[in-house]
Design a protein around this ligand. Structure first.
Ligand code: HEM
Ligand code: NAG
Ligand code: NAG
Ligand code: NAG
Ligand code: NAG
Length: 316
């Protein structure tokens, strides 16, 4: 696996090796939990963990993002981000909880849930054959989690320019957006996320892909439990096949196919389709940058002991 150098420190006090003295095994513990679950329980958690990181980093109160607000459970009095319509079937919470439990035993109240998410996403990329990269850490966990904050997330039927507005509002560029969407090289989508395109209603879809997706999504039991891989060729491998599929009109989501058609993005899509190395390099830079959006550092926030709840002393 290739190792890419990333800047050792980002503006916000995140730094690679933040836990090297306070909890030297932190990264290894997270990695082991991700690996074990991937290998022995459910390989689909790789996609889930990567998406969890994206949602955590894009949703936040007053630009506070990457703060594990996505992990907070709703209570009788307080609905959290998990109750947002736009939570869109985010998964993988139990993996973060498992890692947290192990970390609390070894180094109590030291490793933030927000960092666990970022590390688990890195491990998910690496375990599926993507680049391994150093993750700057030092994030702190936030005190707020509201359903409406998730409204900012773009939906599957977004246009490229709409999605770009959202990425730009988070300080991300067009090319970083196109790069990060390459995450759709792993993982899957529920039929409800692309059903509108099926049956000839979207001429930008390759007819044989349409046929296949119609078969997957018919006879649905209205529970929306059927899914299709976002990268129809190498569905479990983190590579640049996603872009090749898009070039061949085989993007599953409307937004994915639009990336290959819209003048804003199609050049980059062709470039990445033809050059897997350049995709890997760009991905590392883009995801490290995404992981620094609106982080809480220093004395801000807290280190939760349970990722699904604020610490008791917060309420005291
Ligand atoms: C315009 C931006 C984006 C849109 C509109 C979008 C939309 C979606 C949708 C609709 C799904 C399927 C959800 C479902 O039906 O269960 C999905 C899955 C996924 N997304 Fe995105 N996404 C975007 C950007 C990203 C980014 C930036 C990343 C990560 C860096 C990402 C990673 C993933 C992954 C890994 C999955 C598969 C999840 C799984 O297998 O459970 N997406 N996305
Ligand atoms: C929970 O809800 C109450 C009232 O709705 C609000 O005052 C309080 O700030 C909320 N707590 C958190 C942690 O969001
Ligand atoms: C997502 O929100 C829906 C309601 O909109 C809820 O039924 C579901 O349990 C939520 N998902 C998670 C993981 O909390
Ligand atoms: C699928 O991916 C493999 C490995 O990258 C490639 O050799 C093959 O040509 C691809 N198939 C299609 C139909 O694109
Ligand atoms: C065969 C079948 O049950 N199809 C249903 C799939 O779900 C849609 C709504 O999402 C229904 O309209 C179909 O009848």
């Amino acid at each position: 696996m290739l190792f890419f150098m990333v800047p050792l420190a980002l503006g916000d006090d995140l730094r690679v090796g933040f836990y090297s003295s306070s909890c030297p095994k932190a990264e290894a513990i997270v990695r082991k939990v991700v690996e074990r679950n991937y290998l022995y329980i459910d390989s689909s958690i790789a996609g889930a963990l990567l998406r969890l990181h994206f949602h955590d980093c894009f949703v936040g109160v007053r630009q506070k993002c990457c703060d594990a607000s996505i992990l907070i459970d709703s209570t009788e009095d307080n609905q959290s981000e998990k109750d947002a319509d736009a939570n869109e079937t985010v998964r993988g919470f139990e993996i973060i909880d498992k890692a947290k439990k192990k970390l609390e035993k070894v180094c109590p109240s030291t490793v933030s849930c927000a960092d666990i998410i970022a590390l688990a996403a890195r491990d998910a990329v690496a375990i599926t054959g993507g680049p391994w990269y150093a993750v700057p850490t030092g994030r702190r966990d936030g005190f707020e989690s509201n359903p409406s904050d998730a409204d900012i997330l773009p939906g599957p039927s977004s246009t490229v320019s709409h999605a770009l507005q959202i990425f730009t509002s988070k300080g991300m560029t067009l090319s970083e957006m196109v790069t990060l969407m390459g995450a759709h090289t792993i993982g899957s989508a529920h039929c409800d996320s692309f059903r509108k395109r099926l049956g000839g209603r979207d001429a930008t879809m390759d007819p044989s892909l349409n046929e296949k997706l119609v078969r997957i999504c018919e006879n649905n039991n209205s529970d929306n439990d059927r899914t299709a891989f976002l990268d129809q060729n190498t569905s479990f491998v983190f590579d640049n096949e996603f872009y090749k599929e898009v070039v061949n009109k085989r993007g599953v989501l409307f937004i994915d196919q639009q990336l290959g058609l819209d003048g804003l993005s199609k050049g980059l899509v062709s470039k990445f389709a033809g050059d897997g190395e350049s995709f890997r390099r760009s991905f590392v830079n883009a995801i490290v940058k995404m992981g620094s959006i609106g982080v809480l550092v220093g004395d801000d926030g807290e280190i939760r002991t349970h990722c699904w709840d604020y610490n008791d002393d917060y309420y005291a």
